[in-house]
Design a protein around this ligand. Structure first.
Ligand code: LRH
Length: 473
């Protein structure tokens, strides 16, 4: 088999990119041909994604991808989970809400009045996150829901615009809270119990299946060849990232670290124990029907939001310089706070929230920007270490190494401190795991590579050797 090329659209909470990937038995690379910012907008009734802007930028990236590689026949799409657009007759009924919008609180109240979390966990296997799709749908204006005929998660919406086919990709659908965890089908009884219209949810599609050919007009505008179309991938970005973790799944934990830190293990069985529920672990659907037993840790969001705040105050922040200064701060002099405290979820003044947390817990708050940064890194490292070990205990995995992939793999201080606090070696990289996982699933569907996830991970390990952080006493 020779190496071939595929294209990937990967939308993250702060930026998006279009990637051209080359894959063969001994080849794996992912090169960004376009990068564009993702700036959510506060407009009218809340915080929204500028989805048309993102789609337009993605189209521009695809045009460049086809210019470089006219032979591309497959495009895969992934993004953050849970958010969706409502449509009627193919027309989008408003800008999708951002999961950090505060309307979700209303949805949580409404859903839990009908079904409390312990019962939901038995049905859908998910940790409690106030923005899971079911809560968002419950917060919708009922009149809008009544006229909508389809709800499409973000990657599915882009796939619909590109091909005209509306489907719900399995891994991302598993984050809605509306799939039965036992058999992975839409939970019609739950949908009915929550008073949601069942007709909104389109038929499921599995990673590796063909969504459809590009609409002729789209293909022409992109300069794509006649065979070009969209292939379903692990469209939940975390599902794609986990595909490309170069790990031995029976002896490792992973942390997919970007805006969020998704900390867990991959197992082949569901973990619905009371202990898993109490620890707020989730059973998300993985590629090849693996289970991603993981916990959402607040992630680099806390740091990037703090940096944005300092910049708004007029300070010019260079992140590497700030992290160097943080590395000089004595780790024992800064507070370790609970990064998972819900106060850190919405956009806002992170240093002020850290101060409030410290005051409530009777400990001294950080003072300088370097100290805040060190405090955030220490707190993340502590939460990462704890959740990685907990994941192993809950999932029955003997965790001997922790892999960190995604943008967080670039943060050497965070990787080292996670190693120190867990007492386990941390293997950092690849940074572009999500794009690589997206590319790999397409490549396997196209016959450019074959085999199980183990074979795909072996290819990642051979082409993207991780950086090792040894724990220090
Ligand atoms: C990471 C992520 C995560 C979800 C959150 C909404 O980008 O997809 O897995 O919980 O965004």
């Amino acid at each position: 088999v020779a190496a071939g090329a595929v294209a990937a659209i990967d939308l993250g909470a702060t930026s998006g990119r279009v990637i051209v990937g080359h894959v063969g038995p001994d080849t794996l690379d992912a090169t960004a041909v376009a990068r564009f910012p993702n700036d959510p907008v506060h407009a009218g009734d809340g915080l929204h994604w500028d989805l048309l802007g993102l789609y337009g930028a993605a189209l521009g990236g695809l045009r460049e991808a086809f210019r470089q590689e006219p032979g591309i026949t497959s495009i895969g799409i992934d993004s953050w989970a849970v958010d969706y657009g409502l449509l009627r007759g193919g027309r989008l009924l408003g800008d999708p809400f951002h999961y950090r919008d505060e309307r979700t609180a209303r949805g949580v109240e409404r859903v839990h009045a009908r079904m409390p979390h312990p019962e939901l966990f038995e049905r859908n296997g998910l940790q409690f996150l106030p923005f899971n799709t079911l809560y968002q749908l419950a917060a919708e204006d009922p009149q809008l829901l009544a006229i909508a005929d389809t709800a499409l998660l973000i990657p599915d919406l882009l796939g619909f615009w590109l091909t005209g086919s509306s489907r719900a990709e399995q891994t991302n659908a598993s984050t809605t809270g509306l799939l039965r965890v036992l058999d992975g089908a839409w939970d019609d009884d739950l949908v009915a119990a929550l008073g949601l219209p069942r007709g909104l949810l389109p038929a499921l599609i599995a990673p590796g299946e063909r969504l459809g050919a590009l609409r002729p007009g789209v293909a022409a505008s992109l300069g794509a060849g006649p065979g070009a179309g969209v292939t379903a991938v692990g469209s939940h970005d975390t599902a794609s990232a986990v595909v490309a973790v170069p790990m031995q799944a029976d002896a490792a934990a992973y942390i997919s670290c970007g805006t969020w830190g998704l900390v867990g293990v991959e197992v082949d069985h569901l973990v619905l124990s009371p202990a898993a529920r109490a620890a707020n672990f989730t059973n998300e659907g993985g590629v090849d029907r693996r289970v991603r037993l993981l916990h959402n840790v607040m992630g680099l969001w806390v740091l990037s939001e703090a940096v944005r705040g300092w910049e708004r105050q007029g300070h010019r922040i260079d992140l590497p310089t700030l992290l160097d200064a943080a590395a000089e701060v004595d780790a024992t002099s800064v507070p370790v706070f609970d990064v998972d405290d819900p106060r850190f979820l919405p956009p806002g003044d992170m240093p002020a929230r850290i101060d409030a947390w410290c005051e409530e817990h009777g400990i001294a708050a950080p003072r300088t920007r370097a100290e805040y940064t060190r405090s955030i890194v220490e707190s993340l490292a502590e939460a990462f270490a704890r959740s990685a070990l907990e994941a192993g205990r809950l999932g029955g995995v003997d965790v001997r190494t922790i892999h960190i992939v995604g943008g967080g793999a670039l943060n050497e201080l965070l990787c080292q401190r996670t190693a120190d606090r867990s007492g386990l070696p941390v293997l950092a990289g690849p940074v572009e795991a999500t794009a690589l996982g997206n590319v790999l699933v397409q490549a396997r569907a196209a016959g450019l590579v074959s085999g199980s996830l183990e074979a795909l991970r072996d290819l990642v390990a051979r082409t993207h050797a991780p950086r090792r952080h040894t724990p220090r006493a």
